[in-house]
Design a binder for this molecule. Structure first.
Ligand code: ZN
Length: 290
């Protein structure tokens, strides 16, 4: 060992009139003392510094995570606003717009970054209120809106009342009396010329409000679709429904015929909106939404 080969140091302390003191210090002990006096505090300070750097890094990571969570919450909140609007719920009151006249009190100072803990607390406070808003207000309102929209869609006369490509033999509007003479009559629907017995189909969901014989329309079916819409299917040879039946779009109402005031097998199809006959042409080309 190096220490063994080193000779001990001798320190002589003398004072006039007093006995001198002789200290014999071995290098090994001196080195040990130095290590204890200088080395240990240095190690301790180093470890403190290292811990501080680690803490700062962790803090930075936490802050980044908290910022991400809060940003994500902002996005969710914005999406909930879109859903609220779609559900027909009132839009939030714009407080800034209300206060536009008032000036903000002077603000400023040193910007201190928010502690991650405080940011997480804020996120934790916001989450339950967003969840409650979504579940108790937005979701039910949205479901109601979508259901009523679907119901309205289903009640809207769409497409043709007969399958296949039947030609229209008479349009909606004024036309010369088909039974001769020089008079004109208002034709409140369109006529489809077609083979006897061809199934006649409901063009929207509704309730059968009439399935009976009339001198002009012959055997006719009238459906109340709600939302102020009714449809009429006339000159049928047979009925497939009775009054009060609930029908869906595409259900068979009866068979094409030539009963009543008719010059040959055809279906008279009429659409009434608020009790007024409207031209079915526009509705015929519409496609039912799935
Ligand atoms: Zn007609």
């Amino acid at each position: 060992m190096v220490f063994r080969r080193l000779k001990p140091y001798t320190v002589l302390i003398t004072a006039t009139g007093k006995a001198s003191i002789t200290l014999s210090i071995r290098p090994r002990h001196l080195l040990l003392g130095l290590v204890l006096l200088v080395g240990l505090p240095l190690t301790w300070m180093g470890s403190l510094l290292y811990q501080n750097i680690q803490l700062a890094r962790q803090n930075q990571a936490l802050s980044a995570a908290a910022t991400e969570v809060l940003t994500e919450l902002d996005v969710i909140e914005a999406e909930i606003e879109v859903l609220k609007h779609r559900a027909g719920l009132p839009d939030p009151v714009d407080l800034d717009a209300l206060d536009s006249g008032a000036e903000l009190p002077p603000q400023g100072g040193v910007a201190t970054p928010a502690a991650p803990e405080a940011m997480f607390d804020l996120a934790k406070q916001r989450l339950p209120s967003l969840g409650t808003l979504l579940n108790t207000a937005v979701k039910p309102a949205l479901e109601d809106t979508l259901a009523s929209e679907a119901e309205q869609q289903a009640a809207f006369p769409t497409g043709k009342p007969v399958a296949g490509d039947l030609s229209i033999s008479s349009e909606f509007g004024l036309r010369p009396n088909p039974f001769g003479g020089r008079s004109y009559e208002m034709h409140e629907g369109v006529d489809f010329a077609g083979p006897m017995g061809k199934p006649v189909l409901a063009t929207a969901d509704g309730v059968v409000m009439a399935a009976e014989y009339d001198r002009s329309y012959g055997n006719y079916v009238k459906i109340d679709h709600g939302y102020n819409y009714e449809t009429l299917y006339a000159h049928l040879s047979e009925f497939a429904v009775t009054i009060g039946d609930r029908v869906q779009r595409g259900d068979v109402l009866g068979a094409l015929g030539s009963t009543g005031r008719s010059s040959g097998p055809h279906l008279h199809y009429g659409i009434y909106r608020n009790g007024q006959a409207v031209n079915p042409r526009y509705y015929l080309t519409l496609e039912a939404s799935p």
